[in-house]
Write a protein that binds this ligand. Sequence first.
Ligand code: ATP
Ligand code: MG
Length: 178
Amino acid sequence: MKPRRERHGLVIVNTGDGKGKTTAALGVLFRAWGRDFRVRMFQFIKHTGARFGEQRAAERLGIRIEALGDGFTWLSKDMDRTTALAVEQWGRCREAILQGDDDIIILDEFTYAMHYGWVSVDEVIDTLKQRPRTLHVIITGRYAPQELIDFADLVTEMRMVKHPYETQGIKAQQGIEF
Ligand code: ATP
Ligand code: MG
């Protein structure tokens, strides 16, 4: 591994309506793990204790993936609770970002918290500015706020060209979606 001082920490955003945002972040996590990077992933939205393929793989590899969600979404009936949860969860991510114990931190599906106004984009950018210089942060999810796109170093928009659910009604499958 290169000395830490030679690395340029990047803010990476995977957004858009096409599939591949979370899995691209997982691909980087896997690659970096192979380089002995200290990697950590926080998953918003997904239920705490979720046992998707990525959680199972991470467990075997000794990678920390923390599913923070309480299954809360923008469809929640109790918006005050949703907001409070999002703020609390962002607090944990913020602490990890500022702490400097990791080389890569992924905030999966975090764009929604900003898009729906549960967490302030300005505060997120402010925290990213204060992070250790070598820390890479990857944020995924649709509707990435423009301010975040402007601030980020690397932004990719996944665009849906064809999806089997749309064309054939094929639902989410093990190993491909979860
Ligand atoms: P992945 O986790 O597979 O990389 P993603 O993070 O880009 O996908 P999300 O927006 O988080 O995608 O959506 C979660 C799931 O919703 C994806 O696994 C995807 O297959 C499914 N999905 C995405 N677009 C559509 C669509 N147009 N119709 C139905 N399902 C979709
Ligand atoms: Mg996703």
